[in-house]
Design a protein around this ligand. Structure first.
Ligand code: PPS
Length: 570
């Protein structure tokens, strides 16, 4: 007799022939271009990963999920899976109408019949689902700052799967995994959820969990959307592929899950369990601080470290998937092996490297011991995160017109070129305004656009391992912060405030612009008739009064050296 966890699970796709027909018809429907997160949700709706959901939640289900962690009919479901849209789009459609759901290239993936349209109370959703209306929580931040104002709900008819160009052979739908387990005769399977590279401790704990549950092991990492700042999934999958060979042959398999995580701790653990059950899994590892979002804005944890395990335990029977609680594994030096932390007697030497310490060692090119990770994994991580002295970075000068930004920036450019090693690009205010922003003036809107363009180019240069030196006025703090965030995804952002006073700039008045500005002949002139927000915490502030250019540029070099961005081995 077939086990229920391995029987085929219902999908929302129509047959191939119907899909071809529906695709043509759907071309005339109002269409919504899905966000990256909605594409992840839709994929799991359509392939049965979110079973029993048949579409994006309607209002009654939404209210009940938010309040009770259950659909309106009482079925356990912890996460509101909603189609958020802006008001303008919501106003253009009505209940009862079909819409086409398209990916970012415009391919129609599904249609949805709208049954509900409502404006949710997002603060309430944040409080109930994520435990606090605090934007330090990535999903709350998403809810308030990225998600549209209105939700549409209704059943989905699947036309085709979202297209993936990467790691195709490692992606499996719930039915594909169920079929694989059937074929291999795996009756008990324990899944390990992860959004991080696997090191020896993880390998040890997953192996132990499988032995304890007398089950085969599914390494089931999330490759959809994880916590901002995580190691990108391309690197992680290459790391997983290296680790999978370390398990005894034929006990373990690796499959990628295109889930958009919400970092909702306990509720997320329940959600992950239900998703795994849909993938044919019988056991699920839940660790300390499962799907934790980090600290709240008061610097405290959002959830207790074992809240997720407790909530899972309460519901596991109803869910039909059993929890294997995660043992926190540490390395015992005397015995040269990993052991559960709670089973270790006093007096032995326990070794540990935290995530922060690992990042520091990678950034500085320091040793990462073999007891901590596998050489193949470390090699992959080093390829993605070379030591800081080999990464790209951006030096961003800001200051009033005539403060000396361009002159210092140019001196720095020459000094860096003398050192060699990385290509250097100077994005000076005048150069940019001539080549990138020739149509722009000096309104707030235009200045912002100008700085955003500089930020975009600098982030591309940084990503590709070069040095970008920017020297615009960049008068607005919020815009500078946005540029910093964009660049820090790829390398360091070094803000240098050229702190020449307005009086001195006006006294020098090299281009005669201050005089014209005072006479009202130039409007919106920074410092005279337009604001300049002084940087509060720049990496460096240089004073130009009484200091020559060479010395100012040298101060910047010293800062770069101190930050480990330029090597001492010249
Ligand atoms: S901004 O605000 O960052 O977009 O400005 P930026 O691109 O750096 O351009 C500043 C140069 O343009 C000249 N200029 C003005 N500056 C400020 N306000 C007004 N209204 C203005 N009109 C022209 C000025 O020469 C600046 O050159 P620098 O090199 O900063 O002295």
């Amino acid at each position: 007799m077939q086990q229920p966890n391995l029987a085929p699970i219902p999908e929302l796709y129509v047959s191939y022939e119907s899909a071809q027909k529906l695709k043509v018809e759907a071309a005339d429907l109002p269409s919504w271009d899905l966000t990256p997160r909605q594409i992840c949700d839709l994929e799991l709706l359509m392939n049965g990963g979110f079973s029993p959901l048949k579409g994006f939640l309607g209002q009654a289900d939404y209210d009940s999920v938010v309040d009770e962690m259950r659909l309106a009919d009482g079925t356990l479901w912890p996460m509101p899976i909603t189609l958020d849209v802006p008001e303008k789009f919501a106003d253009s459609v009505e209940s009862g109408q079909d819409i086409a759901l398209r990916d970012q290239e415009g391919v129609i993936l599904a249609t949805m019949t709208i049954t509900d349209k409502w404006t949710p109370n997002k603060s309430r959703e944040a409080e109930k689902v994520f435990g606090a209306d605090d934007e330090a929580h990535p999903a709350v931040n998403y809810l308030h700052n990225q998600a549209g104002k209105v939700y549409l709900g209704g059943p989905v008819t699947g036309i085709q799967q979202p297209v993936h160009y990467d790691f195709k052979a490692r992606r499996d739908t719930p039915n594909e995994l169920r079929a694989l387990f059937r074929k291999l005769g795996w009756r008990r399977v324990v899944a390990f959820q992860t959004r991080n590279p696997l090191h020896r401790a993880h390998q040890e704990l997953t192996f132990r969990a499988a032995k304890e549950a007398q089950a085969n092991l599914l390494i089931h990492p999330v490759v959809g959307m994880t916590k901002p700042g995580d190691v990108d999934h391309f690197t992680r999958v290459r790391c997983y592929e290296a680790v999978i060979d370390k398990y005894p042959g034929a006990t373990t398999t690796l499959s990628l899950l295109n889930l958009a995580m919400r970092m909702a701790g306990p509720r997320e653990a329940i959600w992950h369990g239900l998703i795994r059950k849909n993938h044919g899994v019988t056991h699920f590892i839940v660790g300390r601080d499962h799907a934790g979002p980090g600290k709240n804005s008061a610097g405290e944890d959002f959830y207790g470290p074992y809240d997720a395990q407790e909530l899972f335990k309460q519901h596991q029977e109803e869910m039909g998937i059993e929890m294997v609680p995660f043992k926190h594994m540490v390395f015992v030096q005397e015995r040269a092996q990993y052991e559960p932390a709670d089973e270790i007697e006093e007096g032995v030497t326990v070794l540990n490297i935290s995530g922060t310490e690992l990042r520091r060692r990678l950034a500085e090119g320091l040793e990462i011991p073999e007891w901590f990770s596998f050489p193949e994994v470390v090699k992959e991580l080093r390829r993605t995160r070379p030591p800081r002295a080999q990464q790209g970075f951006t030096v961003f000068f800001t200051g009033l017109s005539g403060s000396g930004k361009s002159t210092i920036a140019n001196a720095l450019r020459v000094k860096l070129m003398e050192m060699g090693g990385r290509p250097v690009t100077l994005l000076d205010g005048d150069i940019v305004r001539k080549n990138l922003s020739s149509e722009l003036g000096f309104s707030k809107e235009h200045r912002d656009l100008n700085i955003r363009r500089i930020g975009f180019v600098a982030s591309e240069i940084t990503k590709n391992g070069g040095i970008a030196i920017c020297a615009p006025i960049a008068p607005y703090a919020t815009t500078r912060r946005a540029v910093r965030e964009e660049i820090e995804d790829f390398g360091a952002f070094v803000e240098v405030h050229v702190a020449t006073s307005l009086e001195e700039c006006e006294r020098r008045d090299r281009k005669g612009l201050y005089k014209l500005a005072r006479e009202g002949k130039i409007k919106e002139f920074t410092g005279i008739s337009d604001p300049y927000d002084e940087p509060q915490n720049p990496e460096l502030r240089v004073e130009t009064e009484g200091t020559d250019v060479d010395h100012c540029a040298h101060q910047v070099l010293l800062k770069l050296e101190q930050m480990g961005l330029i090597g001492t081995e010249r």
